[in-house]
Design a protein around this ligand. Structure first.
Ligand code: AMP
Ligand code: GLY
Length: 430
């Protein structure tokens, strides 16, 4: 089969790496892909915004399955367009992708179908939003309705901070149309868990749980980023919590989307908070997480393409999805200054053919690298995700850091505490 991965970051490198292991994949393609992905896939230089060109290319090339990484093309209707041209797609259509594309849609869905989440109200009027904030008090959370590249959430510690966020979103239009509507939400507390799941619109199969580290600096300090590292499985996600999430969150969510006439097919990402009142949804994403994928897929023992096909043709209930009992850790190497301003084009040393030589259980997924004058250079904020797998989490973390230490480039920044909280939670359990 011919499979085309849409996207070119660390998540897509991981998807391509995993798909390349499938005996049924004869040829892999990527749009636009990356220098690293070209090791396993034929990369085609088409803009992610050009949905017509992507689907025309897939049609002409006889692609059997499109696998879409990022949310933007999904919310813009890439899956719908591909299906209209007779192509199979792993990824939700535009209506289902609203689960991520509109926080108001997601919150209203949860309210209607009693899926536990933070209490909220939505506003298009700045004054009304500010009055609500004053009434509720701080801490309080302000979210732009639409996509904002991970920057549309302000966890405000004071009423003033929350009002400033409303001003920026609704009045100053910092996020354009995405912030024309805002959700104002109750502040929740508790450990966070990411659960990516496979779903064919009816059956839902959660993948191994994971923990992201979103803040730029150690100790969960600094600005929010796309993710500075991940571990799997997440020790806070016990069997009891998993059973509760299945019953109160996963099944009701998938059934709700079906009842609304927009069944979700693809990878549905549940961002959860384990509050004292039980697990609640922070957010839904309509795609694989980045860098969660970098720790989840290396633990998948089943054939990824087979599972993806089951999601597109509605046979997930008859398909085995098996994960190893081991653990994985991913340390992200970022460009100094990320997520604000950073330089590109710095030479990366310590890798051979994109990997750390001699590190058997380590795979380096490239998020932002390029080849310039024959040399591997940095080409983004997040540059590399160094993932190690091991029977236990402690070893996975140690091995990921040992491999990460061998890689260098000017102004490299990484957190030194990826997985530390998870290890503490594990120690407390024993
Ligand atoms: P999101 O972009 O929706 O993933 O939100 C980014 C981060 O903001 C989450 O990972 C949480 O740490 C935090 N957050 C979002 N909503 C809430 C909430 N209602 N209460 C507390 N923290 C939140
Ligand atoms: N790592 C968080 C996300 O993919 O949204």
């Amino acid at each position: 089969m011919k499979v085309l991965v849409v996207g070119g970051g660390g998540r897509e490198h991981t998807l391509a790496w995993k798909l390349a292991q499938s005996p049924s994949v004869d040829k892999l393609y990527a749009i636009p892909g990356s220098a690293a992905m070209s090791e396993v896939a034929q990369c085609v230089d088409i803009a992610l915004s050009d949905l017509d060109a992507i689907t025309d290319y897939a049609k002409n090339e006889g692609i059997d399955m499109l696998v879409v990484g990022p949310e933007v093309p999904l919310t813009e209707g890439l899956a719908d367009l591909a299906q209209s041209k007779g192509l199979a797609v792993f990824g939700p259509n535009k209506a289902a992708a609203q689960m991520e594309g509109s926080k108001v849609f997601a919150k209203n869905l949860m309210k209607k179908y009693h899926v536990p989440t933070a209490a909220y109200a939505s506003f298009t009027d700045g004054d009304a939003a500010k009055a609500y904030i004053k009434e509720q008090g701080a801490p309080i959370v302000v979210k732009a309705d639409g996509l904002a590249a991970g920057k549309g959430v302000v966890v405000a510690q004071t009423v003033e901070e929350a009002k400033a966020a409303v001003r920026a979103m609704i009045e100053d239009k910092t996020f354009g149309q995405s912030g024309a509507r805002v959700v104002i939400e109750e502040f929740m507390e508790g450990p966070e868990v990411s659960v990516l799941s496979f779903t064919d619109g009816e059956t839902v199969v959660p993948m191994v749980s994971s923990m992201d580290h979103k803040c730029a600096l150690d100790g969960d300090k600094g600005l929010n980023t796309g993710g500075m590292g991940t571990i799997a499985p997440n020790p806070y996600y016990t069997d009891d919590v998993a059973a509760e999430c299945m019953e109160k969150i996963f099944l009701p969510t998938v059934a709700a989307m079906q009842a609304e006439g927009c069944p979700f097919k693809g990878c549905l990402y549940f961002g959860l908070m384990l509050t004292p009142d039980g697990p609640k949804v922070i957010e839904y994403n309509c795609r694989f997480g980045d860098p969660e994928t970098q720790v989840v897929l290396p633990l998948l023992e089943s054939d990824l393409l087979t599972v993806m096909q089951a999601c597109t043709n509605g046979t997930l209930d008859k398909t085995e999805v098996k994960f190893s009992d081991g653990a994985a850790a991913c340390v992200v190497l970022a460009s100094g200054g990320y997520p604000v301003a950073y330089e590109k084009g710095k030479e990366i040393t310590g890798l051979e053919n994109g990997q750390v030589p001699g590190a058997a259980d380590v795979t380096v997924y490239h998020a932002g690298t390029a080849i310039k004058d024959g040399k591997l250079v940095t080409n983004g904020g997040r540059v590399l995700g160094v993932t190690a797998t091991a029977p236990r989490l402690t070893a996975a973390i140690t091995q990921a850091y040992a491999a990460a230490e061998k890689i260098s480039f000017e102004k490299l920044h990484k957190r030194s505490d990826i997985g530390l909280r998870a290890l503490k939670a594990l120690a407390e359990k024993q």
